[in-house]
Design a protein around this ligand. Sequence first.
Ligand code: ZN
Length: 106
Amino acid sequence: MAGVDLRSVQELCGHRSIVTTQRYAHLSPDHQKANVEKLARELKCIACAKRGHERRAMHISGNAGLCGECFAEMVRSIDTFEDTLAEGKKTLIRQDSRQLTGMKAV
Ligand SMILES: [Zn+2]
């Protein structure tokens, strides 16, 4: 399978059942082989490619692949973003309460 597992093929083809993927893989081996080879080329991590190196993708989102490391990095950056957002909200609330206190004093 040219290093691409059937689960990835299933995900990319949008098959609900792995049986469908197996059926296609069984029925048209040449066609499937071409697809899988195309897939293997496409399944390079896009984030790594942008940095000029090459890693096999492990996570697939649409037609884009991310390697484990870049995927983890993306998850971390989302967490950081949410932390920043939460901290920003806290700051705003603190400012609001200060302003309210100030208004009461006037
Ligand atoms: Zn990567």
